[in-house]
Ligand binder design. Structure first.
Ligand SMILES: [Fe+2]
Ligand SMILES: [Fe+2]
Length: 177
């Protein structure tokens, strides 16, 4: 059984992951409406990743007999000033999530909950990748605002965050999408 304080904070993080997923759908729709299909696809895929993070956390709570409270989430930002704004927001979001996961691990450590501490390790590693991906994309989009097609070409070439399935990822409730 995981520490009660950890279970409570992990439930909060499930809300954060679902909120991140909704935000990335909003980002994708912004680009889709402007016929920037690579940017749209990139964010649709990110939305699925965030959903999977939430489902991995749900599976962990199920595994350790912790209570799962499926949360309501705050509405995402949709009024973007320009094509750079959704990526800038994504980078901020990933940096914030890194802090949230680190704090979560801090709770597990304070509680002497080693299983939960180990569980959070994978998410910390994941955050390093996600912050780096968004940071690179922000750099590319900032130098390509005149020619947004250059960003489309970059994503077509580099595949954005399209990484091979990670065999060390925790199992997701219902199976990863
Ligand atoms: Fe996430
Ligand atoms: Fe993320």
């Amino acid at each position: 059984m995981a520490a009660a304080r950890f279970v409570e904070r992990l439930n909060d993080q499930i809300a954060n992951e679902f909120a991140a997923s909704q935000q990335y759908i909003a980002n994708a729709i912004y680009y889709d409406a402007q016929t920037l299909p690579r940017l749209a696809t990139f964010f649709y895929a990110q939305a699925v990743e965030e959903r999977n993070h939430a489902m991995m956390m749900i599976q962990y709570l199920l595994d350790v007999d912790g209570d799962v409270a499926i949360p309501g989430v705050a509405a995402p930002e949709t009024g973007f000033a320009d094509a750079v704004a959704p990526v800038a927001l994504a980078l901020e979001q990933e940096q914030r999530v890194s802090d949230q996961i680190a704090a979560l691990m801090g709770v597990a450590r304070e509680e002497g909950d080693f299983l939960s501490e180990q569980f959070t390790q994978w998410f910390l590693k994941e955050q390093v990748e996600e912050v780096a991906t968004m940071s690179s994309l922000l750099t590319v989009i900032n130098r390509s605002t005149e020619t947004l097609m250059a960003v489309e070409d970059y994503l077509a070439r580099e595949g954005g965050s399209d990484r091979a399935a990670d065999p060390t990822a925790p199992p997701a409730a219902g199976g990863a999408l």
